[in-house]
Design a protein around this ligand. Sequence first.
Ligand SMILES: [Zn+2]
Length: 303
Amino acid sequence: MVDDDNCLHLYVNGLDQGIAARDVPYPCYGLVDLYGQCEQVTIVTDQCGFSLFAYQDDREKADIEDVVKEKLIQIPNEPVVVRNCEYQNICSRLLAILALPEGYFSTQFNMCYCETCHKIRGDELYYKRGDPPKEYAVPCGWCRFSLRLPCKSHSLNMFDKWHSAFYGTRLEAVRKVLDCGDLHRSNEILAANNILLAQSFPCTEKSKPDDCLSRQLFLSPTIRYAGSKYFASRHKFTDPKTKKTHQAQVAFQVWVKPSSYKVGPSSIGSNEQFDPRFSNNEIEWSTKERGSTMLASLLIKVE
Ligand SMILES: [Zn+2]
């Protein structure tokens, strides 16, 4: 694509690889050489239905509008392809094995946060969301599969007002949580049926088992805490393509209503420093308020 400054950009799988040549004359003609196993090349222009498209992301709105390089090309009726990332491919294969109903997902905001993808996008490590603004960490090392949001998310003004947080969970609980569409409700149903809860949170001596079991949700502004082994248990996963065995973890990114949760110290009894940006004294957000969270995306990590 030739931009307004007459610079030529090369796109690979929809991702701008930067300026390839400057002072490109107008009109500009493309020449394509086919070799090897390449069977067909299609040349498209803006008039052919390509559209530049700003994805919903972790940055401020103004940034999204200003920074052209952060825009992606979307081919109508096809999911956005950021780049052909093998890590994202592995996570997608795990997601396929889980056989979750497609209707729960909205693929257009999927994003890979592996080190390479994150670096290529030039994203920050921390962003702020909501009113009042609250900081959270980008889920580096995880892959995001965005979920379809209910219509009420707009009437609640969630995108402007609510905070962003993470909820580590067990692989087996994902389907139940998605079916319920609500973390509080899914925990209550799991508890009522004596099934292991969505969160493998270890009850402390002080906490009453009932509280601990069904009513309280433990979230965190950083996935390094919410996605730690204390909340998101590890599962063995064999990649059907490579036959390699991996350890997989899952978590949800959620919207949280401001003032509905308590910010407190880590209750898992570990002195480990999880995230340099958040002290262990304010790394855990807990809430019992129903309707205070909304599922935003499913996150997968494979090691
Ligand atoms: Zn990636």
